[in-house]
Design a protein around this ligand. Sequence first.
Ligand SMILES: [Zn+2]
Length: 302
Amino acid sequence: MTASVIVGRFAPSPTGPLHFGSLVAAVGSYCLARRAGGRWLLRMDDLDRPRVVPGAADDILRTLEDLGFSWDGPVLWQSNRSEAYGAAMERLRLQGQLYDCACSRREILASAPHPGEEGPVYPGTCRQGLPAGRAPRAVRIRVPDREILFADGVFGRQAQNLAQEVGDFVLRRADGMYAYQLAVVVDDAASGVNQVVRGADLLGSTPRQIFLLESLGLPVPAYLHLPLVLNADGSKLSKRHGDDASPLAWSGGGLLCKALRWLGQPVPAELEQAPPAEVLAWGAAAFEAGDIPAATEIAVPK
Ligand SMILES: [Zn+2]
């Protein structure tokens, strides 16, 4: 009997320098993979080109190296993966699961009966074919009217009915770009990732990703979502805002200790002054998933 090796990953978006929220995801995914004797991969989620900041990817890689992280194999760049995303789309199309959609965002907002947690629920306008005289914009996938269930390693049992809470969702956007949901599952599966550790802002995306994995006949990984880091004033430390995503103001072992404590890990005080690699080694040996606080959001510690 062979136990399968844990394969974790960290997948930052190069939309700015690494901030504390991303670092927490890096530390959590790294320690959980290494603690299990597993592999830890690095991927650049640079699919959304208009949002990519030149130089940010190199900056993130340098910061991770300075903090003592080492990853297995070469970095995977989503910007090089269009062929794989296209092949996955083709398979879903052949299975009859996709359709063209002509709706603009404004039309969807106007016709959606109620906004779901994940934004307006697509009302299915183009499900039976494009309205007369309308040109296709995006490509959507039909979702089932049943609950998708999974057990999150931190948040426990999760359930979402895609038809009622999300609606048929976009896999290729009007600007021709593949959707993040598709890219993530295709890349994780291609890399053999079987443990996804990331911020709780993606908890609500997970059922869509599980549905895509099942539709593509791909294995579903284990999921652990980490509480989101908020600014001291309670606002979201989001990359999308760009302005409030403060770059890391500290460096070295002390910073890693802070990230580990934030994840509920009892780091010994003497490690504050230790080199980063030593702190990570402690995390790789002692990290306990059960100690991660199951809170959706926590303000960044002082
Ligand atoms: Zn439509």
